[in-house]
Design a protein around this ligand. Structure first.
Ligand code: NAD
Length: 489
């Protein structure tokens, strides 16, 4: 079946009505697989007004009841896992297993958020004043806009929406213009969950299709209290100041340039598997993809020649084929970016109209030039090191700070890598690659990766506002710090 036929079948199966002036194409063969309608500025404003009304109702619903909606959404995702994952494959080019993994990540965050809906804890704080009590409460924040990237077309929305919903916030989603159909399919599942839930306010969860202009309009609207934006550092640089200018909050998940250190004591068989998945998986189009391999001099020759042999054997092709491990790049622009960074790029003739490449391994003598940028394609630069301090310095000496890892069986090296003087990234792993996070941890990175954290741990706090309350249950009015302010003193 052609991508267009298969897409149409899945959209019918999921009950998705699409169509409009904005075309969408499959990276499998570049063919048109559907179209959607771009939101106008007026529609952006109307969506914000409707969501604001929804907020006033939703914030009054008890959090565990809000969790019930997320539980129902998790059920809908479970029952539609296969077709939704297939749509991810058709629209984003992920191999079958990664498409399924992406939807599983949505289910996982729903499960997590349901439990969280009974755990939005504040603190009780000791007051310095007699017969006083201090507490900290967390209240719903308000409207959340989610702007997502093409490479995680559905999971990123779920990371944000599941948490925002239990925290009491409506969500307006502006997906990537490259992957609008998967977003439309998710909204069909949302519709089913809302119908079963019964009394959720209208406009609690909305979808606005379109490109940068729609994202910028959301960023500019003062009714949006949090803009959670995932994409390139360029996007963050443009969008961040718009939100900051009106004192809104941002949660920025931007580009990475992730490294792995391979030390002399490393289990090389494990390291090789981790390197292949992290560097070549998702055709190098993950924010956590491995781009810089920092290898000790003593093992570099052997490791590099083994990696070259393994990369030559990686099956590159149609992502729907069960043997394929590396599918297409998202589009011609992605291919051009790879060719600019790596003139020796090897094209693979897999499916006419698609852009298929063999992952590239490039040995370099210094960390400089194009490797300091994030090229969103499967290029693995290999650098050598002689001292451990040098390896850590190389790991940190880029502008991005998302993910990092070390392969070592030396406890001291592992602990130094994780210590304050070690990796400066938001994610630092030992004996696993930099790619493929679980939802239980906080996800995000430092420096030009934007500083945002989403998903697990206490990331939920970004979706709530903190209220500090002092209660006097005595009959005097002592002031803090012993200040006296009595008329008759
Ligand atoms: P992109 O920056 O081109 O677009 C991302 C989203 O932002 C899209 O929805 C786009 O329409 C919107 N957008 C772009 N410019 C905008 C602007 N000026 N104002 C408002 N909205 C704007 O990114 P992409 O090509 O879709 O995705 C790849 C990038 O995303 C890579 O850099 C990758 O590292 C990054 N990414 C980061 C994470 C993370 O968690 N850190 C996760 C996934 C992807």
């Amino acid at each position: 079946m052609s991508p267009a036929e298969e897409t149409a079948k899945i959209l019918r199966q999921l009950g998705v009505n699409s169509g409009g002036g904005m075309p969408c194409c499959s990276p499998i063969d570049g063919s048109r697989i559907g179209s959607v309608t771009e939101a106008s500025p007026v529609e952006v404003g109307a969506a914000c007004a409707a969501a604001q009304a929804a907020f006033l109702a939703w914030r009054a619903v008890p959090a565990p009841r809000r969790g019930e909606l997320v539980r129902l959404l998790g059920e809908e995702l479970r029952s539609a896992k296969e077709p939704l994952a297939r749509l991810v494959t058709l629209e984003a080019g992920k191999i079958v297993s990664e498409g399924l993994g992406e939807v599983q990540e949505m289910i996982d965050i729903c499960d997590y958020a349901v439990g969280l809906s009974r755990q939005l804890y504040g603190l009780v704080i000791a007051s310095e004043r007699p017969e006083h009590r201090m507490i900290e409460q967390w209240h719903p924040l308000g409207l959340v806009a989610v702007i997502s990237a093409f490479n995680f077309p559905v999971a990123v929305w779920a990371w944000n929406a599941a948490l925002a919903l239990v925290c009491g916030d409506p969500v307006i989603w502006k997906p990537s213009e490259k992957t609008p159909l998967t977003a439309a399919a998710v909204m069909a599942l949302v519709g089913r969950a809302l119908a079963r839930f019964g009394d959720a306010p209208h406009a609690l969860l909305q979808l606005l299709q379109g490109g940068r202009a729609v994202g910028a309009a959301l960023a500019d609207d003062p009714r949006i209290k949090l803009v959670s934006a995932t994409g390139s550092t360029r996007m963050g640089r443009e969008l961040g100041p718009l939100v900051a200018a009106r004192f809104g909050r941002t949660l920025l998940e931007l580009g990475g340039n992730n490294a792995m250190i391979v030390a002399p004591s490393a289990d090389l068989a494990l390291a090789e598997r981790a390197i292949l998945f992290s560097a070549a998986g998702t055709a190098g189009q993950r924010c956590t993809s491995l781009r810089r391999l920092i290898v000790h001099d003593s093992i570099a020759d052997a490791l590099v020649s083994r990696l070259r042999a393994l990369i030559a054997k990686i099956p590159v092709g149609d992502p729907r084929d069960s043997v394929t491990l590396v599918g297409p790049l998202i589009d011609a622009d992605a291919y051009d970016a790879m060719a600019r960074a790596c003139p020796d790029v090897e094209r693979v003739d897999a499916v006419d109209g698609g852009h298929y490449v063999r992952p590239a391994l490039v040995e370099v003598s210094a960390q400089a030039g194009i490797m300091l940028e994030e090229t969103f394609a499967p290029i693995l630069y290999v650098l050598r090191y002689s001292t451990f301090d040098q390896a850590i310095a190389l790991n940190n000496d880029v502008k991005q700070g998302l993910s990092s890892s070390i392969f070592t069986n030396d406890l001291r090296e592992a602990e130094r890598f994780l210590s304050a003087a070690g990796s400066d990234c938001g994610i630092a792993n030992v004996n696993i690659g930099p790619s493929g996070a679980e939802i239980g941890g906080a996800f995000g990175g430092e420096k030009e990766t934007g500083g945002g954290r989403e998903s697990g741990s206490d990331s939920w706090r970004a979706y709530m506002r903190r209220s500090t309350n002092t209660i006097n249950y005595g009959s005097t009015l002592p002031l803090a710090q012993g200040v006296k302010f009595d008329l008759d003193a």
